[in-house]
Ligand binder design. Structure first.
Ligand SMILES: O=C(O)CCC(=O)C(=O)O
Length: 215
């Protein structure tokens, strides 16, 4: 099946869906969802996304974030996390088409996207939930990964509520975190010092209509 803009081609057979549920958690996982297009998509994301190095201030000291990022959104879809206010980049044809494909798989619409680029296994993302006030808590978050496989760990906020989970998110994998996962669980991408290759992750999100800034 050729994509509408001809930018990439998904495999003719949809990847097999694996569902996981636990107390307060609902996940949908499609391994190798991007199929044979994953290599080309990774190259284009590396070359075309306006990556930036953000800094974060913790306990009065400023550090570079241990990854590169880019925030993409519909007009007015601003997002601040860890005290970092992100300028909004517009949807490029590549990212727009990826959004449409991910929306079709997830069965919902997204108005924004956070891209994270882990340059090697030293780059990481600490325990957190995607529960900032501007995000719609009723909307799924869809996570699409390219490049080096990295561990993606989840643990319940209440330690006794359920066993922790871990995925090895690989090249072209799609993971959808359905509500109320963000309210009850945290996730992280830990350091893996032996990994030399990079990884790019895209999380498609929904800013609440009331939080969209009309200028
Ligand atoms: O890189 C990943 O797999 C996770 C990204 C993530 O959790 C986030 O952007 O909030």
């Amino acid at each position: 099946m050729t994509s509408q803009l001809g930018l990439f081609e998904l495999p003719p057979e949809p990847a097999a869906l694996q569902r996981t549920t636990a107390a307060g958690l609902a996940l949908r996982y499609w391994p190798a969802w991007a199929g044979g297009d994953a290599d080309r998509l990774l190259e284009r994301l590396q070359a075309e996304v306006p990556w930036k190095q953000d800094r974060i201030t913790l306990f009065g000291r400023t550090h570079p974030l241990p990854r590169l990022t880019c925030w993409v959104g519909n007009p007015g879809c601003c997002y601040t996390y860890s005290g970092v206010a992100n300028p909004i980049e517009p949807w490029s044809p590549l990212l727009q088409e990826l959004r449409e494909r991910v929306q079709a798989a997830a069965g919902c619409r997204f108005n924004s996207l956070l891209l994270n680029r882990y340059r090697d296994g030293r780059d990481k993302l600490d325990w957190h939930a995607d529960d900032e006030p501007e995000l719609d808590p009723q909307a799924p978050i869809a996570s699409l990964s390219f490049g080096a496989a990295r561990s993606f760990r989840l643990r319940p906020r209440q330690p006794d509520a359920a066993e922790p989970l871990a995925y090895e998110l690989g090249h072209g994998d799609l993971l959808v975190m359905d509500p109320p996962t963000q309210q009850h669980w945290l996730h992280q991408v830990p350091q893996r010092l032996r990994i030399r290759e990079e990884r790019i992750n895209l999380t498609f999100r929904t800013i609440r209509p009331e939080a969209i800034r009309h200028v």
